[in-house]
Design a protein. Structure first.
Length: 341
């Protein structure tokens, strides 16, 4: 028994799964670069491609059980490390620049969007886990929020993959649609920047959506988006507190309520806010976080039963789409209430 347990924890046990996840990750990056060469832009990010390629591999090949430990390691441990490093990309300096009314308005909007998106998901028959992931993705920062929330709530690989895949699909649609809304709604450069920052899922998407509206929209949109991203920490802590209790209501120990990677995320954000992280290290930390996240998504794809994703896919897409529309409506209301011109 001891020999068996020792072997189960040895590096060779993880090696085959690690190599497979690395291969899927490499394929995702190659496809992303191929898009850049052909179209001049990344229409589908490597993070999403890693999931899709992983699902395709798992669906077409019968994987040996020897791959499973490495795949699980990438899906859990690498993802947790990526979340910690993500904290180093956040700083409270942006909050001080924006002013309290806008920051407070964004916080209220995120809270309303989380509650509304979760309710919409449940009304569409989604499980509490999927509804939570969709709500976090729509309300905060898309795939990164889904990836950060997933280990806290104990989401299944199928739930994570479905949430990320369809949230990512809507994210691409939002980037293409937002410039049209800018013209249709007659928003000023500042108003459109705020609107894009409140609705687009990721900073690169904000940059892409506001590029045609000028530098002012891009700067405002990026600032609003960064403030929105900073809501990830408090939301994850709240989810950890809610899910850190057993069904019977009895409290569990601290590591269940505050997982190590959430504490690490908060510590990194705090260090960044006090400029305690050398600037020379930040690009490398960001690159490692991104690489680990993509590898974790490859592992999630390799863990997915495509039939399960297909079964809930239509409902996930419908719930996410309606939630995104609600978020856009809330964003316009916030612009009006704050009299942003």
């Amino acid at each position: 028994m001891l020999v068996s347990a020792s072997r189960s924890l040895s590096f060779p046990t993880f090696l085959r799964g690690l190599v497979l996840c690395a291969a899927v990750t490499l394929a995702a990056h190659l496809v992303e670069q191929l898009q850049l060469m052909i179209f001049g832009a990344h229409w589908v990010e490597s993070l999403v491609l890693a999931i899709l390629i992983g699902i395709a591999v798992r669906s077409s090949v019968c994987l040996s059980q020897t791959f499973i430990p490495g795949i699980r390691f990438c899906a859990k441990t690498l993802l947790e490390i990526a979340v910690v490093l993500l904290g180093a990309s956040l700083s409270t300096a942006a909050v001080r620049q924006a002013g309290l009314p806008l920051v407070g308005g964004i916080a209220v909007l995120v809270a309303l969007s989380l509650a509304g998106s979760f309710l919409i998901g449940r009304l569409f028959g989604l499980s509490a886990s999927v509804a939570t992931l969709v709500a976090c993705g729509n309300s905060i920062c898309g795939n990164s929020a889904v990836a950060a929330a997933a280990p806290v709530i104990g989401a299944k690989p199928n739930d994570i993959a479905a949430s990320i895949a369809f949230t990512a699909l809507l994210g691409i649609g939002a980037v293409l649609t937002l410039p049209l809304l800018h013209l249709f709604l007659g928003l000023s450069a500042v108003q459109y920047g705020v609107f894009a920052g409140l609705t687009a899922y990721a900073v690169p998407q904000v940059l892409a959506a506001t590029a045609s509206a000028g530098a002012v929209s891009t700067q405002v949109g990026t600032l609003v988006k960064l403030i929105r991203v900073m809501m990830l920490g408090p939301v994850i802590l709240l989810l950890a507190a809610v899910h850190g209790r057993r069904p019977g209501g009895s409290a569990v120990n601290l590591r269940h309520v505050l997982p190590w990677f959430i504490l690490g995320f908060a510590a990194m954000a705090t260090l960044r806010s006090f400029d305690a992280i050398p600037a020379a290290l930040l690009p490398g930390m960001s690159a490692v976080s991104s690489a680990f996240t993509v590898t974790a998504m490859a592992a999630l794809g390799l863990s997915v039963d495509v039939r399960s994703v297909g079964h809930t896919g239509g409902r996930v897409l419908a719930a996410a789409a309606l939630s995104l529309l609600a978020l856009g409506a809330l964003g316009l209301c916030l612009i009006g209430l704050l009299d942003i011109r």
